[in-house]
Design a protein around this ligand. Sequence first.
Ligand code: NAD
Length: 498
Amino acid sequence: MSAVNESLIRDVVAEVLSRLGGAPAAAKPASSEPAASSCGCGGKGAATSAPGLRGKFGVFQDANEASAAAHESFVQLQKAGVAARVKIVEIVKAMAEANAEAWGKIELEETKIGRLDHKIEKLKIIKLVPGVEWLRPDARSGDHGITLEEYTPFGVVGAVTPSTHSIPTLSGNIVNICAAGNAVVFNPHPSAARCAALAVRAYNEAIYRETGIENIATIIEKPSMESFAAMCKHEAVRILLVTGGPGVVKAAMQTGKRAICAGPGNPPVYVDDTACMKRAAKAIIQGASYDNNLLCIGEKEVFALENIADKLMAQMEQNGAVKLTNAQLDALTQAAFTITPGQGGGCGHARVNKDFIGKDPSVLAKAAGLNLPAGTQLLFAETDANHPFVVEEQMMPFLPITRVKSLEEGVARSLEAEHGYKHTSIIHSHDIEALTAMGRTLDTTLFIKNGPSMAGLGLGGEGYLSFSIATPTGEGVSNPRTFTRVRRCVMVDNLKIY
Ligand code: NAD
């Protein structure tokens, strides 16, 4: 039986059970050891609580109910202890991998953006998200006793997920948030909400079966601005994690609650004459074509030193990218943007046409009036620095390449194109001064040298993964510690054993 069928059957069974007010037969605790106390008096709420399944395995119509159910689940998780957190992390990682093909397909069918091979890979790599091991406490020991600082949960995290990677973001968020001992309620992107609810339902069913904890991750089935506002306002929701563009970042910051914001980017790439052109071209193609350039960290515009710009473009063609003529570029620009003429001689404002976001290169090529060789991953063209493809976060498998005269100009243009998002920048160079100047000036959360953008998230570079990179609020690549409160516990004069 295929994974899709299994998951569909599980959904139907869950639906029927919840309508009957029933529960899965074999909910078992995360560990046979009592967690709440060491006296064995049975303080383990998770194993003994009556399973109600009011929320249909985490899927709710109402934001207040979803938030309240997540809070009940947080209390259950506290009682069940760290063993239950470890189990939840294991379950989510294993299920994301096992269902990667089926869920990747379902997400692509719903959103119609991106590439199936990369949708699948983004789920398989959820195993790179860190877990409970990241919460090692800090200790001080001295003549006045012992002080322990521990990373402890907030309670319920209210999370918003994007359309660009709905199930991967949600899955990574559950791992990070629950490893830290919290529960989570999701208000997903409306155009990627069905696949998100399907994954939440499947995770909850397995987590309930293995730990006895219900609704550790809840979701609002039909999300809206109103449900976002209700979720943010709910008293159980202690902090927010939003992953998306400028609108949701602004909205989250205005709620009055602490918001961890994984905001927009427009990552520039600077290439100079000390770089290996073949390596740079391959890395740029790999990064900019990944999931049809939907990643917020993906290469969005290139500034090439003028003495190597032709060589770089030749290498890009040799490695499978297709160069557009000026006429083809103009045709694509007309289709991909709505341009409002500027006032008083300005160059106007360009708005990205959503029909082209995350679409295959063949769709873009058609708009450019071009027949593509099979297997083409990326289109590119030479543009000036003010072109809409440079200025806007366009999320298409097309890359504008602009010539610059010097390191100073390359860095300045990169800074301008990044718009102060402080998200991601990339450089191909072996000149230490260029590397330092770009790193210092751009001041981005991720700075990748001589590799594709995804090396910044552990795909080809060292480091761990998260699809929520907190940029304007400064937490960086989110991990379990991002969702903790640091608490200090002090023993005066005693328990120092030396
Ligand atoms: P989007 O901003 O359209 O939507 C993101 C989420 O915010 C959705 O759930 C949406 O419903 C919600 N939303 C949007 N405006 C809102 C408002 N005013 N109030 C409340 N909720 C609102 O983004 P998208 O198209 O789904 O995703 C792409 C954007 O997200 C890009 O800008 C990309 O750079 C960014 N992104 C950032 C990261 C990161 O880690 N920094 C990761 C993925 C995507």
